[in-house]
Design a protein around this ligand. Structure first.
Ligand code: SIN
Length: 572
């Protein structure tokens, strides 16, 4: 399968011109562009970005940019916790085994071993950065159980673990380092040298409404996921797939995009994002019940309510259909008010606000888009296919999660990969700011304004995109539904947005919409090609797992043939 290639891939030292040449130019390119240089540019400020910044800055000059405010990240919303084999009865081998089991034959075992193996040390380093995890009565760290784990393995700070980590890392960054952190900077495009290496990024200052160029020896992409493809998602509005889309447009390999994880238990209300009712609550013993008050997960899977997420979410979908209801019920009444209030203060408060008393009421819950397993393909040290570009966290397709992510392995992935990236920069001998010929760069930037225009960007609304995603890309897919999405969104996979002097908010919305449409188009393409059901990719028309054909990864590169890379590393 091939896609149209970029118009002029080698027209000069900077690929910026190429990126813009793809774009329908409806506005005016800014007259002057600020050019900054840095050894390492980190894009994103969740656990992956902050960890990368702190570790890379030990011997390099680092600059951090983030799309919104520093704390507007998916990490902030993570409730349950962060996994690691630190318990007395646990072992790295058991963490590896659970991750592989949930990943349904698509995990890269070497990556799983590297991440699970480094977890205890990486978690220890978080303590050094001031993160405080809850303690058990024995004085040791308290461990929770979540879906797919064979024993309690999840460290937590109440039910706001992500926020606790974010706050501690942010405080360390701001108080103990001199790293410049530039908020309200939107990644527009990655910049590439003629030799194919990453040169930095074109960034839009969303407050001043101007573009800036960051030249960097290395770029660490930590921009998070793309939950915004879906109307019903647990992700904050910032999750618009900007990193994956920019990397794709720059010719970087992306993979595993068909695997979108739906969290089984988002609160059944109309808020956006949907409030997550953490799996940790089921880990403490809460039940899932159907419209007849029956525990429907018993008998479906040996772990019942703590089965892997894909199993629970799909069963909930089936029960909702059978009951003709937009939700099922979560029953935590038997856990008692005192315990619920103490262990889950955030969930208690959100449920109360929505009108539910967790200790007396059944709470309506339903699946919501939660996590993109796929993204920018990387090796075990976060290296993407583009030299100088590293990826960490949800933006990455690292091979850790396979076809389905084990609960609470995502914060761990960002933490471990960012530490590994800092080491990889040393090994790779890159990461020193290039000399900037800013006048030349500005000229290239200015010269690119003559590109041809088209109306593609203006041709879709977010509502239409959400309708398409709901119809075609949800928890159960069909060839017909996927073809509809592909037909409508396929062209967005080769569109970039021109730089305009439009109002800043409008410029961001335009770019976000194109990025979402690009990612949704890639999800549709991958999901249509994968004619089987595995992990969180489920096809009504191909309901079985087919290891003989599909035990591997679909790898897409802009302008090139799609590749199928078997888990063994062999290519078809
Ligand atoms: C949860 O708390 O249920 C979410 C944790 C995760 O997504 O890993």
């Amino acid at each position: 399968m091939s896609q149209p290639g970029p118009a002029s891939r080698s027209s000069g030292w900077w690929r910026l011109a190429d990126a813009l040449a793809l774009a329908p130019v409806s506005g005016v390119v800014p007259a002057a562009v600020t050019v900054r240089t840095t050894d390492v540019l980190v894009i994103g400020t969740g656990i992956a970005g902050l960890t990368a910044a702190l570790h890379c800055s030990r011997d390099r000059d680092v600059t951090v940019v983030t799309k919104g405010r520093l704390s507007q990240t998916n990490t902030w919303y993570a409730q349950g916790g962060i996994a690691g084999a630190v318990g007395e009865h646990d072992s790295i081998e058991s963490h590896v085994a659970d991750t592989l089991e949930v990943g349904q034959g698509l995990c890269d075992e070497a990556v799983v071993r590297a991440v699970a193996g480094e977890a205890p040390e990486a978690l220890e380093s978080l303590l050094g950065f001031g993160v405080r995890f809850d303690l058990a009565e024995s004085g040791g760290v308290a461990l929770a159980r979540e879906g797919g784990h064979s024993l309690p393995r999840v460290l937590h700070s109440g039910d706001r673990t992500g926020a606790a980590i974010q706050q501690a890392l942010t405080a360390t960054l701001l108080e103990r380092s001199r790293i410049p952190v530039l908020e309200h900077r939107f990644l527009a495009e990655l910049l590439t040298r003629a030799d194919g290496t990453c040169a930095g990024a074109l960034v839009f200052d969303t407050v001043r409404g101007v573009y800036e160029v960051y030249l960097a020896g290395a770029v660490v992409l930590a921009t998070g996921g793309a939950g915004g493809v879906f109307r019903v998602t647990t992700n904050p509005p910032e999750a618009t797939g900007d990193g994956v889309a920019a990397a794709w447009r720059a010719g970087v390999e992306v993979a595993d995009l068909e695997f979108v994880q739906f969290h089984p238990t988002a609160l059944g209300h109309e808020a956006a994002p949907r409030f997550l009712v953490s799996e940790a609550l089921r880990g403490e013993g809460a039940y899932l019940k159907d419209c007849d008050g029956r525990r429907f997960m018993v008998g479906v899977h040996p772990l019942a309510e703590l089965a892997p997420r894909d199993v629970v979410s799909r069963e909930i979908e089936r029960v909702m259909k059978r009951c003709g209801s937009p939700h099922v019920w979560l029953d935590a009444r038997h856990l008692g008010e005192a315990h619920l209030r103490a262990r889950f203060p955030n969930i208690w408060a959100a449920c109360s606000e929505a009108g539910y008393d967790l200790s007396r009421d059944l709470v309506p819950v339903a699946p919501a888009a939660h996590y993109f397993v796929g993204g920018v393909r990387c090796d075990v040290d976060g290296r993407s296919s583009m030299p100088g570009l590293y990826v960490s966290g949800e933006v990455a397709a690292s091979g850790l999660h396979g076809a389905n992510r084990l609960a609470s392995n995502s914060l761990l992935e960002g933490l471990v990969f960012s530490r590994r990236i800092a080491r990889a920069l040393d090994a790779d001998g890159i990461g020193v700011a290039p000399d900037a010929d800013s006048s030349m760069l500005s000229k290239v930037f200015m010269a690119s304004s003559g590109s041809s225009a088209s109306g593609i960007v203006e041709s879709i609304t977010l509502d239409e995109l959400h309708d398409l995603a709901a119809a075609g890309l949800g928890m159960t897919r069909t060839a017909r539904g996927l073809a509809g999405v592909e037909a409508r969104l396929g062209e967005f996979t080769h569109v970039a947005v021109s730089c305009s002097k439009a109002d800043a908010a409008g410029e961001v919305k335009r770019r976000e919409l194109v990025n979402l449409a690009c990612v949704a188009g890639l999800v549709a393409r991958a999901a249509a090609m994968r004619t089987e059901s595995r992990g969180c990719h489920s096809r009504l028309d191909f309901p079985s797992r087919d290891d003989s054909r599909w035990r591997g990864h679909l790898v897409f590169t802009y302008g090139r043939e799609t590749r199928f890379v078997a888990v063994t590393g062999e290519e078809d």
